[in-house]
Design a protein around this ligand. Structure first.
Ligand code: S3P
Length: 193
């Protein structure tokens, strides 16, 4: 993973990646480590809509979900301030939408792509669904899952940083991220603590 540009200060870090990449668990742990608020964009969408994402997909379809997702992201980024820094986890499809990428890049918010092998991601997602820990409207078979992963990967690679997660624990990933981003609690990047 590349090192952060020196001397920059940021109000947020955005985690991106496919379903099951660990955006929420890594985001929460990274937020706790830095003392920054953690926010999951999917949770904001559900709160704004007062219904579950699976319900939006089944009743209104993906195009409506993508519009709601963009509106929620716009709202969230508009709330950022230097006084309350945030770690933000996006849903797996959000960074594959050009309007979202444009918005994030225009604000110069660093993004981190959490990478893993699609077969491993598929197994993690199947397990989460079986244990009722997550509802995944786009999860079907390994073939369609891998196909979608490869379509999305092209977009994910536009992230500012890439972090490999395969075979790593959440604390390990957080430690590697802090090191690579050279991030301190004030959002200053480029200085070792
Ligand atoms: C989606 C991923 C989900 C959620 C929605 C659509 C996707 O988020 O936004 O079900 O298109 O990959 P997670 O990646 O957090 O599961």
């Amino acid at each position: 993973m590349a090192s952060a540009k020196k001397g920059l200060r940021t109000q947020a870090i955005i985690l991106i990646g496919f379903m099951g990449a660990g955006k929420t668990s890594v985001g929460r742990a990274l937020g706790e480590h830095l003392g920054w608020k953690f926010e999951d964009l999917d949770d904001r969408i559900e709160q704004r809509e007062q219904r579950k994402i699976a319900d939006i997909f089944s009743k209104d379809g993906e195009a409506v979900f993508r519009r709601l997702e963009h509106e929620a992201l716009n709202e969230l980024l508009g709330e950022l301030s230097a006084h309350e820094k945030r770690i933000i986890a996006l849903g797996g499809g959000a960074f594959a939408q050009n309007r979202n990428v444009g918005l994030i890049k225009s604000m110069e918010i660093p993004t981190v792509f959490l990478e893993a092998d699609p077969r491993e991601l598929f197994q993690r997602c199947k397990k989460q669904v079986a244990q009722r820990k997550a509802e995944r409207p786009l999860l079907r078979d390994l073939e369609s899952f891998s196909e979608l992963y490869h379509v999305r990967e092209v977009h994910y690679r536009k992230a500012s940083f890439r972090q490999q997660t395969s075979g790593k624990t959440v604390p390990q990933i957080v430690a590697e991220l802090i090191q690579a981003l050279l991030l301190d609690r004030d959002g200053r990047r480029g200085k070792q603590k």
